[in-house]
Each structure stands twice: as C-alpha cells, then as structure tokens.
Design a protein around this ligand. Sequence first.
Ligand code: GLU
Length: 297
Amino acid sequence: MRTIQSFVSKYRGRFAPSPTGSLHFGSLVAAVASYLDAKSNYGEWLVRIEDLDSQRQIPGAADQILYTLEQFGMEWDGEVIFQSRRLELYQAALDILTKKNLIYPCKCSRKEIADSSIVGLNGPIYPGTCRNKSIKANINHALRIRTDNNLIAFCDKLRGNYTQRLQRDVGDFVVRRADGMYAYQLAVVVDDADQGITHVVRGMDLLDSTPRQIYLQQLLGYITPEYMHLPVVTNQQGEKLSKQTGAKPIKLSNALKQLLCALEFLGQESPPDMIEADLSYFWQWACKHWRADKIFS
Ligand code: GLU
C-alpha cells in the first residue's frame, strides 16, 4: 500500500475536472483561478481527472480537456492522474474507516430516503435508517459513514468562516455507492492528501461538501488544505453552467479572448496592451497582477 507523503509547506494546487464533457466557461474559470493562485505563489499546479463515474463520462472528454488546457497555455506539473486507476487507494482508506467502526451498509432506495427525511444543505438528510441495523454487507449496498454533531469549521479564503454539524446538516453520507463506485467525497480526500495538495481552489457549489471532506481528513489523519471557493458562472436562467444546463464547450480558437473573459469574471484587471499580446505574455501579466481578494469586488 502506498503511504501518504508529507510535503514541505510549499503551495501545491490542483484542477480536478470530471470528464463529463468538454471544458465550458465555468470550468475554464476554475482552471484559470487555480492556476493563477498557484503560480503567483510560486507553487505547483496539478491536474487530476475525476473519472470515477463511468456513466456520466463522455469518451474522449478527458483528452479533450487536457488538450484545451495545453492550447490555452496552462502547463501542469507532474503526471496527470486518473481516479479510475487508483481504486486500491480508495479501498485502503475505506478499510481504515471500517476498522474504526464508522462504516455501515445501507439498503435504502433514493425514494425511501426522500420520503422519510428532511431536506438539508445537500439534498435529503439521511435519517439513519440503517445505522443500527446489522445488515450483512453486500456488494449491492451503499456504504455510509457515521457522522456526529461536532462543529466542523474552516475559513474559506473568499467566504470567511463556514461551519456545519454533519449529522444535523447532512446526515451519514455515502462513501461507496450501491453500484460499487467510491464516492467523490472519499476519492477527493484521498487524492488531495496523496498528491500533497495544500490549496484547493474550486467552485462555490462545492463549499458545502468541504466539511464532509474535512471530517474524512480528520479521521484518516490527513492535513486539511486551505480552501477558496469561487463564484459559480451561471447562464441567463441563473443555473450553474454545466453539461446538463447546456453549457457550450469553449472554442480552441481565440484562447486569449476567452482567457480575458475569465479574468474579468474573476474581478481581475486586464493587461493594458493586449492587441499584440500572446499567451505567454498574458500568463506572465496575469500571474504578476493576480489578486484573489478582488474576486468578489
Ligand atoms: N470534479 C469536480 C468537478 O468537476 C471538482 C472537484 C473538486 O475540485 O474538488 O466539478
């Protein structure tokens, strides 16, 4: 089994797209912000493809995302990792949690949960139906982790203090799904620790997942990175841009123009003399002038 390496306190950021389609403007914003925050702190920027959910994936999307990043001049450090090739790491983490007696099988259907629970921050709060039943674990059962009501608090770089009590606000959550796949919450925590990520910059839609991730980090003995959750790009109907809401893929032509739009969305100044500029000038300038505190202003 691989061990989690301990890294010196250097900045190490990451961009972790799911290959459910091509990059759209919303994912470009997350890529640009995580890249600039890392590079302006003389840090490294890693890319991880979060391809655990085979049903939501589009064949070829991962390659296309990587190609787009390259064409836009975003160079990543080290090897790109693919979650689908790291299942033994997630199982090892699950084994640790199981040994701590924190994992239990759950055979509730989505409908049963929806019917018997109140809606919390992130969908229905699991009412704990299977928590104290001694169900024999079966491959077709989801696995949940027991939560408690201790306060989980962290300071988001843009949003300030954010707290949750997991049992009250979210409920025991799934760490391995009924189809056998490891849940995003578990995989992301294992990977951030294994890759030595010190700073996570991502969309605000994941803010309410962060306490679940901190809870898992604490149980697994991992360090909690710094978090910065970015404003989410929405369409005219106010929906988050995504494949489901019909977001258009970004075009490979005219990278500079789209990068300038991303910079503007992030509240940053634009380079004054862009007419003759190329990508390398853009990145140098944007890196030098990156001010995370301007994102919401
Ligand atoms: N894979 C997630 C997404 O594409 C991002 C996860 C993360 O940054 O933690 O929305």
